[in-house]
Design a protein around this ligand. Sequence first.
Ligand SMILES: [Zn+2]
Length: 293
Amino acid sequence: MSLPRRDTRVTYPAGDLEAVTRVVHVAWAGDGRLAVITESTSFHPVDAAWPDQPADAGVIRTAEASVVVRDAVVAATDGDALHLGADIPVRPGTEGWSFLVAHLVDADAAIAEGDEVTIEADAATRRSLSAGHTACHLASLALNRVLASHWSKPAREDALGSPDFDGAAIASSRILPDGSVDRYRLNKSLRRSGFDTASLAADVEAIDVQAMIDQLDAWIASGAPVRIESAGEGLSDRRSWVCELPEGTARIACGGTHLTSLAELSAILPSFALVDNGGTPVLEMVNEARLRH
Ligand SMILES: [Zn+2]
């Protein structure tokens, strides 16, 4: 079986749920699973380098069967072997490598190379993850704004011109159905770059949550359109989240899926906690995204 020499063409950034395509490779993935690679896909996989948004849920329909997709991960090949997820030995987009969406299915699934298939991502799962991801980006911009006065030195600016606390301190980001959890390191290097880590580490109430909620409400009320800009259709092509806010166009590098307008939301509710990670205080922001029904 030959391995694909070009990236999987991905259609989920444009909002697609369904893709009619062909199976180009099936490989053993371990743990009782097969990795099914198709020419194109509408199925969002969890990223290997920055695993923020989980995979879509859904099925691959063949002529005879409906095969449940248990998970979807990024895979890569240089033509010799298929490397899955954390086992990928190179950086995304490395010359000479193809980056692929591997749909993980049960080992006894009736699916084979050459099959014409329809990939169907579940609409409800996609929508709630998209709501969580759009809320995550918007909350990071609102957080940067309310923390602007905590900087004593000029800092790199975010997409709207505020000092980029999110970009400087982010340790991990996890998108949930209708929400997100971001963790920020309040460490020495952040302090040296001019951020007042001490007041935040002493009291999480130093964050003006009500000012954040007011800002988020104003952005939601603007009904700003949201879109994904792509440099190409391949999995490893650069993509950005773009939101036309009243203050200007916000652009953030992003491989996930999103709502198409802030008008789909009724509220974004952030809350904060401090956790300790081996002596380094970590600020945790949990966002709840409420959809307008
Ligand atoms: Zn993102």
